[in-house]
Design a protein around this ligand. Structure first.
Ligand SMILES: NC(=O)c1ccc[n+]([C@@H]2O[C@H](COP(=O)([O-])OP(=O)(O)OC[C@H]3O[C@@H](n4cnc5c(N)ncnc54)[C@H](O)[C@@H]3O)[C@@H](O)[C@H]2O)c1
Length: 297
């Protein structure tokens, strides 16, 4: 099976990035949103990102202004599900909510051509559960991209027990065509990266709660001691504490292990609305975004 037309659901942080890399890889790409204003916002983000790529030299992934226009011409936005009828693959990146996602899949199942592949970018919801909203379980997979999509190389290609092998291999090759490095994962909560990363981040919070070190020192220690590009608290603020808190619930519910349970401090920060960078406050204060200061917690 050949993929030519790509449909992306949601033009938020992830959907806009996925649409951008899809169009940049030469695929005609249509993005579906609930309202035009969300398309406008997502496309403005794509424009900004493409402009940055246009400033880079070709050896660093840079593009010419002509290539930028060509990418833009392959991208299309819509608020009508019917406009996705001809897509060969649908990549869903709408809000992390089971009923909303299932409702969307059920509606599209009756519209999009029968042999199209359905993929979800969910970080924590079971692909198997989402698949049950459709009559095409063998054509349903997970394609888990990382933020920011145009820069992060990894895609976890997730199979369920029902996924057909040819569908899986088509999706795996498609991820390569997007310029990504795919890894094979099965539908186990958290897939590979979050299964290992989430307990580490939660342990960093517990270490801080227990007085092992300050926020800044724990960040510096993990950066310089392990060669990580950023420390755990900087990363937590970047990912979003609300998102992390939500994921801990899904993972704890699945495994019932303490290492996946939210530490009390994470809950307190989320209850206070301190979600990290996006709200200007989390483990750090971003009043001066170029010089974050650790909060006294
Ligand atoms: N943020 C991350 O770092 C990250 C990383 C990997 C995977 N994900 C996953 O990607 C998905 C999207 O996350 P995000 O961070 O881009 O969220 P986001 O809130 O930035 O974007 C979600 C978009 O979906 C749109 N939307 C909501 N309901 C819709 C519907 N019924 N039809 C069409 N569009 C709809 C919203 O208007 C919004 O623009 C989630 O499943 C999340 O778990 C997120």
């Amino acid at each position: 099976m050949q993929i030519k037309r790509v449909g992306v659901l949601g033009c938020g942080l992830m959907g806009s990035g996925i649409a951008q890399v899809s169009a940049a890889a030469g695929f005609d790409t249509t993005v579906l949103e609930v309202e035009q204003k969300f398309l406008d916002k997502g496309f403005a983000g794509i424009e900004k990102s493409l402009a940055k790529f246009a400033e880079r030299p070709p050896e660093k992934g840079g593009i010419t202004s002509r290539q930028k226009d060509e990418i833009r011409a392959r991208l299309d936005g819509t608020t009508r599900k019917e406009d996705l009828v001809d897509c060969d693959i649908i990549i869903e990146a709408i809000i992390e909510n089971v009923p909303t996602k299932k409702e969307m899949y059920a509606a599209l199942d009756g519209i999009v051509k029968k042999d199209a592949i359905f993929a979800s970018n969910t970080s924590s919801i079971s692909i198997t559960e989402l698949m049950t909203a459709t009559k095409r379980p063998e054509r349903f997979i997970g394609l888990h991209f990382f933020n920011p999509v145009p820069l992060m190389k990894l895609v976890e290609v997730v199979r369920t027990i029902a996924t057909a092998s040819d569908v899986y291999e088509t999706a795996y090759d498609f991820a390569k065509k997007l310029g990504k490095v795919p890894v094979r994962a099965s539908d186990k909560t958290g897939f590979i990266v979050n299964r290992l990363l989430v307990p580490y981040l939660l342990d960093a919070i517990r270490a801080y709660e227990e007085g092992a070190g300050s926020i800044e020192d724990i960040d510096s220690a993990m950066k310089l001691g392990c060669g990580y590009p950023m420390g755990p608290f900087t990363l937590l603020d970047f990912v979003g504490l609300d998102t992390t808190y939500y994921i801990t619930h899904v993972m704890y519910d699945e495994f019932k292990e303490r290492r996946f349970a939210s530490p009390p401090l994470l809950k307190r920060l989320v209850m206070a609305g301190w979600y990290g960078r996006k709200t200007g406050k989390g483990f750090y204060d971003y009043s001066d975004p170029n010089n974050p200061k650790p909060n006294k917690l």
